[in-house]
Design a binder for this molecule. Sequence first.
Ligand SMILES: *[C@@H]1O[C@H](CO)[C@@H](O)[C@H](O)[C@H]1NC(C)=O
Ligand SMILES: *[C@@H]1O[C@H](CO)[C@@H](O)[C@H](O)[C@H]1NC(C)=O
Ligand SMILES: *[C@@H]1O[C@H](CO)[C@@H](O)[C@H](O)[C@H]1NC(C)=O
Ligand SMILES: *[C@@H]1O[C@H](CO)[C@@H](O)[C@H](O)[C@H]1NC(C)=O
Ligand SMILES: *[C@@H]1O[C@H](CO)[C@@H](O)[C@H](O)[C@H]1NC(C)=O
Length: 442
Amino acid sequence: MSVKVLTFLAFFSIACYLFFPSYSPNFDIFANSVIGVPPVQSKQCDPDIAPFYIYDLPPRFSEPLIRNCSGFNPWKNMCPYFENQGMGQPLNKSSWYNTYQLTADMIFHGRAINHPCRTKDSSSALVFYIPFHTSLFVHAFGSDNNIARREAIWFDLLDHISSLPTFQRHGGHDHFLVSGHMAWNFIRPPKKDGEPSRLNDFLKFPQLSNVSALIIERNTLSNNQFGIPYPSYFHPQSDAEIRSWQDEVRRSDRTHLFAFVGGARHKGHGAESYRTAVISQCNRTESCLLLQCNFWGAVWDEVDEILGTLKRSHFCLQPPGDSSTRRSIFDSILTGCVPVFFTDLSAYLQYEWYIPERREDWSVLIGPDQLYQIEEVLSQIPEKEVERMREVVIGMIPRVTYGHPNATWAEVGFRDAVDTALVELTKRARHIKDGTDASLEN
Ligand SMILES: *[C@@H]1O[C@H](CO)[C@@H](O)[C@H](O)[C@H]1NC(C)=O
Ligand SMILES: *[C@@H]1O[C@H](CO)[C@@H](O)[C@H](O)[C@H]1NC(C)=O
Ligand SMILES: *[C@@H]1O[C@H](CO)[C@@H](O)[C@H](O)[C@H]1NC(C)=O
Ligand SMILES: *[C@@H]1O[C@H](CO)[C@@H](O)[C@H](O)[C@H]1NC(C)=O
Ligand SMILES: *[C@@H]1O[C@H](CO)[C@@H](O)[C@H](O)[C@H]1NC(C)=O
């Protein structure tokens, strides 16, 4: 299966859109993140996380993105989803937000700003963070057919970063950036009819060749892209909150063997066969809960329906869609529902920093020969085994969750998605010798 073909088809069908009343962009989106909130009182830095430095990018790298926050999507005003440091609008429950799937980079930034391991002195930092908001960039400029205009800000960023002495010292090996968009959104396909429709292959520019890109869907051939979770709806502020949620999903009454939340794909789409197989099998058995995505509805807005469906099921089907990964994988972990994959590319080759080493401990892989025997395969897994897997999945919740950016370290008390990434980046940074990354040379 070719990921490129799969993903190429669907820039505009990533999710389902709904017309939204006009909305004026909130120019304070970055007020709290870039321009600097006073740091929250924090406890000590985790010894496994090196002091890191966040560059203060000039406003020319953020303002045009905010001004154009809805430029990409003519059908729906996306600006509200970028507010609250990328968490979107608060839901009617403390620490829950209507979070859009493609804002991980903004949420990451919000968490990093108040992080106890952040240093404001670049000379004492081991790791450097380039806090460019890639997801807003794709939204703002991704559909602009004028390539020069579309890419100007990116070239400007590359020049800016690579001219810094802190960058040059180790050739960028100790630097990272975060992307809330999939790798394929940064690739410009070869010109066909002179109408290139995508962004350039940004992550491959020579200036970035040593920089770690933390990304929700990596190009699995790349050795400097690392998968990070898609954000889900829960942004806990404390250990107590996360424990209480874990207890809630542990006790949840799972009335169905499996569930699928998502939509069909049209004929000829790379994922058509997976989606058709999954939906038809789910629809025909009482053991499956089906929540169909209506193409014209903003599906991620239906938080209660989505999480309620996953919470009532033992297994949650995660077939490829517009690309090989899905936000639903993380919604499913959040609800203690054991994910069922149909390809290695959906998680095993993506989220190495976050998932257990043994795939069978927390998930099920259904191969092409079993695509039409989903219920049979799942119903043969002994109950004890299902419980054991679920417990592993529930244990994964803290580290795939993005904590609330304003939570204090003292309250948090668990390693979230951002901490987990910083621990891994620290390991890499500690391998840097003589301007090269020694960890890559074995
Ligand atoms: C994006 O913002 C710039 C100003 O920063 C503006 O000139 C341009 O028209 C905007 N583009 C879109 C698509 O709104
Ligand atoms: C975080 O705290 C700052 C300062 O009190 C506040 O302005 C901001 O809205 C808070 N962020 C969120 C997402 O609540
Ligand atoms: C939030 O939920 C509570 C209890 O269900 C309800 O009374 C309240 O009106 C809701 N608030 C909003 C803003 O929806
Ligand atoms: C990347 O690292 C290599 C050595 O590993 C170095 O030769 C090269 O100049 C670095 N690239 C940049 C843009 O600094
Ligand atoms: C589910 O099955 C019913 C009855 O056979 C059918 O009418 C309906 O269209 C099916 N729905 C889907 C989504 O396939």
